[in-house]
Ligand binder design. Structure first.
Ligand SMILES: Nc1ncnc2c1ncn2[C@@H]1O[C@H](COP(=O)(O)OP(=O)(O)OP(=O)(O)O)[C@@H](O)[C@H]1O
Length: 279
C-alpha cells in the first residue's frame, strides 16, 4: 500500500453494485472498496462467504443483519484487523482503491492509516486529549509543535468536539464523558488522514443524546471520508447511510440504496429481518 492512492476508474456495476436507479450517485462516486468473491474463514468455518460488493467513495454504507451473520468479520477484513486471530484465512479479493489488501506485499501500518477504525466502546489512551490526537501523527514522524497543534485542532473540530475541549487539551481523555470519548476516538482516527473510516457499532455504548451527535458527525464526515458502519439499529442505518448491505449467516443477501432496501426489499429474508420477524 505504498502506492499513491488513485481511484480505479475502470469500475463498473456488477453483482451487488447498487441499482441503476441511483445513476446520479454513481456519476458522483466510484467504488473505493471492492470485494470479489471474498470469504473469511475461522479455521474451517466461514465468517463471511463469497461476498461481492462495491462500496462507494464519499458515501456512508451500513452493514446490518442478525447476530453472528458476519458483519464485524467483513468490516474488520477491510483493514485486516482479523489478521491477529490465529488459524484464519481468506479467499477471493478485497481491494481498497484498486489495491488487493490481502496481497503479501501490503504494508499493514499504511493500510490501517488509510483505513481507520472506530470501535464499539470508546478506547482513548490514558493520555491527555492533545496527546491522543497527536499520537498517530507523531508516529508518522511529525514533531513540529505548530504543525501538531494545527492537526490536533483540525481533527477535534472535524469530530465536532473542539468547542468542548479546547480549553482543556492537557486534561486526561479518560475524564471525558462516553460520548465525548467516542468523538475523541473519531478525531484520533482522522489524525492519520484516512480515506476510509470503519465504525463497528460506534453508538452501542452511548445514550440517545450522544448517539445523535455521532450520527450528525457521520453525516458531516462523509464529505471527506468513505464510511462503513456496522449497526444493529435499523433506524440508525436508515438515518445515516445512503447504502445498506444486509448479511445473513455469512452471506451478503442484499445490497442497495438504503431507502429502497428498507421500503422495497428484493429478498424475502431482508423483508423478514427489517420487519422484525427474526434477528
Ligand atoms: N475469533 C473468532 N473465532 C472463531 N469464530 C469467530 C470469531 N469471531 C467470529 N466468529 C464467527 O464468525 C461468525 C460471524 O461473526 P461476526 O462477529 O462477524 O458476526 P456479527 O454479525 O458481527 O455478530 P454480532 O452482531 O453478534 O456482533 C459467527 O459464527 C462467529 O461465531
Amino acid at each position: 500500500m505504498n502506492k499513491t492512492i488513485t481511484l480505479d476508474k475502470s469500475l463498473t456495476n456488477k453483482t451487488n453494485s447498487a441499482p441503476d436507479s441511483d445513476s446520479k450517485a454513481h456519476q458522483q462516486s466510484a467504488a473505493l472498496i471492492k470485494a470479489e468473491n471474498f470469504s473469511f474463514f475461522y479455521g474451517s468455518k466461514a465468517g463471511v462467504k463469497d461476498v461481492t460488493i462495491d462500496i462507494y467513495q464519499g458515501k456512508v454504507t451500513a452493514i446490518i443483519g442478525p447476530s453472528g451473520c458476519g458483519k464485524s468479520t467483513f468490516l474488520r477484513s477491510i483493514n485486516r484487523m482479523n489478521d491477529l486471530i490465529p488459524n484464519t484465512r481468506t479467499e477471493g479479493v478485497l481491494s481498497v482503491n484498486g489495491n488487493n489488501i490481502y496481497d503479501k506485499r501490503v504494508n499493514l501500518v499504511n493500510l490501517r492509516q488509510q483505513v481507520g477504525m472506530v470501535f464499539q466502546r470508546p478506547n482513548p489512551f490514558a493520555k491527555s486529549i492533545y496527546d491522543n490526537i497527536a499520537f498517530g501523527p507523531r508516529l508518522q514522524g511529525i514533531s513540529n509543535s505548530i504543525e501538531l497543534d494545527e492537526i490536533v485542532e483540525s481533527c477535534l473540530r472535524g469530530a465536532a468536539i473542539w468547542d468542548e475541549v479546547k480549553d482543556d487539551l492537557k486534561k486526561s481523555a479518560l475524564a471525558l464523558s462516553g460520548g465525548q470519548q467516542q468523538r475523541l476516538c473519531i478525531a484520533r482516527t482522522l489524525a492519520t488522514k484516512p480515506r476510509v473510516v470503519l465504525m463497528d457499532e460506534p453508538c452501542s455504548a452511548l445514550d440517545p443524546v450522544a448517539t445523535a451527535r455521532i450520527e450528525d458527525l457521520i453525516t458531516e464526515l462523509k464529505e471527506k471520508y468513505t464510511i462503513v458502519i456496522v449497526t444493529h439499529n435499523m433506524q440508525q442505518a436508515a438515518r445515516v447511510s445512503e447504502y445498506t448491505a444486509f448479511f445473513c449467516m455469512g452471506d451478503l443477501v442484499e445490497y442497495g440504496l438504503t431507502d429502497q432496501l428498507f421500503t422495497n426489499p428484493v429478498q424475502k429474508s431482508t423483508e423478514d429481518y427489517i420487519t422484525g420477524r427474526f434477528g
